[in-house]
Ligand binder design. Structure first.
Ligand code: PEP
Ligand code: MG
Length: 365
């Protein structure tokens, strides 16, 4: 009711006076983005694009892409998804009303994108003018025993540059449209490359992004600034952050994967033996719920210390689940992050936690 909204608004306004850490949201639908804005989000820190591919027409086009023989053919297949992606991104920019929006390029569970049903395989064979056996062989070649450590994130864009090309076109075209319709908004797309562990991977994908984006901007005859950054979610990325920072406008810590890979604990099996294991008190707590400050946190600090001197303009955030956990938010404040990004309903908690962290810091001086 209105009085609760009033009280809530007052507490939040008070928190905002103190905090220095920005609070963004993880959102990939306009409904989530709007909800987060209402709760005070100052941008989107993570838009996961993989959920946007499950619609039947889109998944069919993606499957045609993986069963194509040439890059040209792959581009033709993905061009079928381009208009959808363009309107997905436009709707998000509109929901955010000129606040920053970070679009993370496709980081799929590839095994979920590869067809297994006979009917889908037959349809694909027809579309690609191949035999059912040929399609099955391609699908079998993509099977992995450990998909989370496999063909995902930027690795997929390195294998299939057409994905990065299509998503870049969609991001830039949507931004140009929104810029035309809302001259008073700052539209500056932030393109985020996932699962980078080596600067050359980032450079490889970034080259595709820049070439495609600049061609789009020139063809439209407009001025549009954009940024290309990376997730830091593999320990090697944190440890080589001085190299990676030479190619990145921003870092965003993906602490879900970073925790998984630092501990070697599976994030997808968290409820299994791990709950009883944590009860033994060998570990302080569930590291997926509360940032492990001496391990994962140390990697984050290392990445910042290595990256910032190389690129002083580098801005840094976090978009793993920890971005909405109060003690993790406090840690993020202490190590100098610019923003945390969390699910919409965690935004108020993050705003409060960020204020408390700033107040505690002042009090300690
Ligand atoms: C992460 O790994 O922390 C992250 C935000 O990316 P995702 O959860 O989509 O892997
Ligand atoms: Mg991740």
């Amino acid at each position: 009711d209105a009085s609760i909204a009033g009280e809530f608004g007052r507490v939040m306004a008070w928190a905002d006076e103190f905090r220095t850490l920005k609070v963004r949201t993880n959102a990939d639908t306009p409904a989530d983005a709007k909800k987060a804005r209402e709760l005070g989000a100052e941008g989107i820190g993570l838009c996961r694009t993989e959920h946007m591919f499950f619609d039947p027409e889109r998944i069919a086009a993606f499957r045609e892409m993986i069963c194509s023989d040439t890059e040209e053919e792959r581009e033709v297949a993905l061009d079928k998804i381009l208009p959808y992606q363009q309107s997905d991104f436009k709707a998000l920019y509109e929901a955010l009303e000129g606040c920053p929006v970070t679009i993370r390029f496709l980081d799929p569970p590839l095994h979920e994108f590869v067809p297994t049903e006979d009917a889908d395989i037959e349809k694909l064979a027809k579309a690609k003018n191949k035999s059912v056996e040929e399609i099955k062989a391609i699908c079998a070649s993509l099977h992995e025993f450990n998909p989370m450590m496999g063909h995902r994130g930027c690795r997929l864009a390195v294998t299939y540059p057409s994905i990065a090309k299509m998503q870049t076109k969609a991001v830039i075209r949507a931004a140009i449209e929104v810029q035309k319709e809302h001259a008073d908004w700052t539209v500056k797309p932030e393109i985020m490359i996932p699962l980078v562990c080596e600067v050359k991977e980032l450079k490889y994908v970034k080259n595709i992004v820049v070439e495609t984006a600049d061609a789009e901007i020139a063809a439209a005859g407009v001025n549009l600034e954009y940024e290309v950054g990376t997730m830091i979610e593999i320990p090697r990325a944190a440890l080589t952050a001085d190299e990676i920072a030479t190619e990145a406008d921003f870092f965003c810590f993906g602490t879900n994967d970073l925790t998984q890979m630092t501990f070697g604990f599976s994030r997808d099996d968290a409820g299994k033996f791990l709950n009883a294991y944590y009860d033994k008190k060998i570990f302080e707590s569930d590291p997926f719920a509360k940032l492990d400050q001496t391990g994962v946190g140390k990697l984050m600090e290392t990445a910042i210390k290595l990256g910032k001197p190389v690129n002083p303009k580098l801005h840094v955030g976090i978009c793993g689940e920890h971005g909405g956990d109060p003690s993790s938010v406090e840690f993020c404040h202490k190590i100098g992050l610019d923003y945390v990004s969390c699910s919409p309903f965690r935004v108020p908690i993050a705003r409060l936690a960020a204020a408390q962290a700033a107040i505690a810091e002042k009090a300690a001086k």
